[in-house]
Design a protein around this ligand. Structure first.
Ligand code: ZN
Length: 281
């Protein structure tokens, strides 16, 4: 996944596409988890805002992977991400957030069937990520991304946000937290190409609760377009505008009311502006 990220910026969406698992998938995840870990016993570690579980059996057999240093490093990254989330998006969950760290093989066995494309991690009532021998830049981004889903879930537990908003803000935040301020040249090109080919999705086509049913190519474009739309909103109306937008949507429980309150425009007008910005009509 790291290799894909470095050499083929767009391939990361297929290779790593982290995804939202919203309310609809939570029961599936609960079933997949069962009542316990692989061996029925989780090792627990707490930080101020997070509780992290790692399977004890994996910990003992995992050598470097099982190192307590890894768990501590994950919690440090999450706490730093928590502060960034507050500073950039004014999202500050009150409740502790649960995190599960899984062995790669166990993660594949248990969760691969939930998605039609490979996932580096996901949120389904708790943040789930694969273990590793170090906290790689890719894992840091995944933790930032999933933290957005966790924060929205805790902020508005019964509100199902459209995937373009939830995934778009998660993608935007993970990029923003790593210092990336806008779309790369390659990402713009990919959007222009999709526009020329007539394959861009409309916002309403990206309005399901998750992209888990999308195939790899469609998911890659769906994540990119969602990120690009949020990036467009931020470039046009600033980061504070994005905070006003998510707050207005959560409070009014309506995308249209939220967009009119935050941007003084309806969603269709915002979408037309976005499509013009990427060279689509
Ligand atoms: Zn996601």
């Amino acid at each position: 996944m790291d290799r894909n990220r470095r050499h083929r910026p767009l391939a990361r969406f297929a290779a790593r596409a982290t995804l939202l698992v919203w309310l609809g998938l939570v029961p599936v995840v609960a079933t997949a988890l069962g009542d316990s870990g692989a061996d029925g016993d989780f090792d627990r570690r707490d930080s101020f805002h997070f509780t992290l579980f790692q399977d004890v059996d994996l910990d003992e057999s995992g050598g470097l992977r099982g190192s307590r240093n890894f768990e501590q490093a994950v919690l440090r990254e999450l706490e730093a991400a928590f502060d960034r989330l507050d500073a950039i998006l004014a999202l500050r969950p009150e409740k502790k957030i649960l995190v599960y760290v899984w062995d790669e093989t166990v993660f594949e066995q248990r969760f691969a069937g939930l998605f039609r494309f490979p996932a580096a991690g996901f949120y389904g009532g708790a943040i789930h990520v694969r273990t590793g021998d170090r906290v790689s830049p890719a894992l840091v981004r995944t933790l930032h991304h999933e933290l957005v889903h966790a924060a929205f879930d805790l902020e508005a537990p019964r509100l199902v946000l459209p995937a373009w908003m939830n995934e778009g803000i998660a993608e935007w935040f993970e990029a923003r937290a790593s210092g990336k301020r806008t779309l790369s040249g390659g990402e713009r090109q990919a959007l222009r190409r999709a526009a020329r080919q007539g394959t861009l999705f409309s916002l309403s086509e990206l309005g399901a609760r998750s992209f888990s049913d999308f195939g790899p190519d469609a998911a890659r474009l769906a994540y990119l377009e969602s990120y690009a739309f949020i990036d467009h909103l931020v470039r046009s109306h600033g980061e504070r505008g994005l905070v006003r937008f998510w707050r207005a949507v959560v409070r009014s429980r309506s995308l249209d009311r939220g967009s009119r309150r935050a941007y003084r425009q309806d969603l269709e007008t915002l979408e037309r502006g976005f499509r013009r910005s990427i060279g689509a009509s």
